[in-house]
Ligand binder design. Structure first.
Ligand SMILES: [Zn+2]
Length: 341
């Protein structure tokens, strides 16, 4: 009778497994192949199914499957015993030299952009500035309108701005954070707004996402001279005491007057080189006195208060500090590049 065959096979398997040296996983594996392999004994039973009557087949199938499950789990158990025995044997007999050098465990380091951001935050925090990271997605009001940017301004164009919905966009600058801040704080105050900004742009010196930091001081009798003083000290902190600054008249919708700030070339110290195109100066950021219209948009009295704002790109500063030739390297996550810092 066929179910008798199953019982006999089970008994034979158990007897065989009992005799095997449990330290020898190769022997256990040989038993596995003998019973469960393609031409194994249990597999052979399954092949007999075809010779059975329809009535006998289900019960027989179940019994063979039970046997298969039993054999599989017994072999797994024997293998794990063998593995543990082998390890114990190795530990008892073998000598482990704990003084051998270990495989290197690579210690990470902070990202150059992160370093620059922390340095900037530390510097301004020491001067009493509050830090507000703002939000990545802004409405038209905070990104443009409240900042005195007229509807026909080119920066509002689809070519330059990532819109996520009608009048909702990935912020193109961190200036919107200043609007949020002025709406919820009364002067006097000083704050900086570091964060990611997004533009439709991608080449060696422009990336679709980069980091900016803007700053704002609002108080009575704040002047452009104070702005220059703060930024000069800031540049000395970043690039060293020998670095000079200069301000060139410029235009931004949200400041009046506005200026571009240059720093004496950090590569040639101002004598003129390839990187500064022979001028001895490098552009580093923009600044200016807060436009009275911006104050009005935020409910701050422009007759009583004045203020100055400034902004610069963190990527640009990191590139100048470390002589990094391409902005893409900063976000490319290339280990060969990052391991240099
Ligand atoms: Zn130079």
């Amino acid at each position: 009778m066929i179910s008798k065959n199953i019982q006999e096979l089970k008994a034979a398997f158990e007897a065989e497994l009992k005799l095997v040296d449990l330290n020898a996983s190769t022997e256990i594996d040989a038993i596995r192949v003998k019973y469960l392999g393609k031409k194994g004994l249990v597999t052979g039973l399954l092949k007999q199914m075809g010779t059975l009557s329809d009535a006998d087949r289900p019960l027989f199938g179940k019994k063979v499957n039970d046997l298969k499950t039993f054999v599989t789990s017994e072999i797994e158990r024997a293998l794990s015993v063998a593995k543990e025995a082998a390890l114990n044997q190795k530990l008892e007999s073998g000598f482990i030299d704990y003084t051998l050098p270990a495989d290197g465990i690579g210690a990470g380091s902070t990202h150059p952009l992160y370093d620059v951001r922390e340095e900037i935050i530390d510097f301004f925090a020491q001067m009493g500035f509050e830090v507000d990271f703002g939000r990545d997605i802004e409405t038209d009001w905070y990104n443009f309108e409240a900042l005195n940017t007229p509807p026909d301004h080119p920066s509002r164009d689809m070519q330059d701005t990532f819109y996520v919905a009608d009048k909702v966009m990935l912020r193109t600058h961190t200036s919107g954070t200043q609007i949020h801040y002025m709406e919820t704080h009364q002067p006097p105050f000083r704050m900086i707004a570091p964060g990611h900004v997004f533009r439709v742009d991608n080449d060696a010196t422009h990336a679709p996402m980069f980091q900016q930091c803007e700053g704002l001081i609002v108080d009575e009798n704040i002047s452009f001279a104070q702005l220059k003083g703060v930024l000069q000290v800031f540049m000395n902190k970043l690039f060293g005491p020998h670095v000079k600054t200069r301000f060139r008249p410029s235009f931004f919708p949200f400041t009046e007057p506005s200026a571009e700030m240059d720093v004496s070339c950090v590569f040639c110290d101002g004598s003129g080189c390839r990187r500064c195109k022979g001028t001895g100066w490098m552009e580093i950021g923009g600044c200016g006195s807060v436009d009275p219209n911006v104050f009005k948009n935020c409910g701050i009295d422009p007759e009583k208060y004045t203020g100055f704002a400034f902004g610069f790109g963190l990527d640009r500063i990191a590139m100048l500090k470390h002589a990094i030739p391409e902005i893409g390297l900063l976000t490319g996550n290339d280990q060969r590049f990052l391991s240099q810092f």
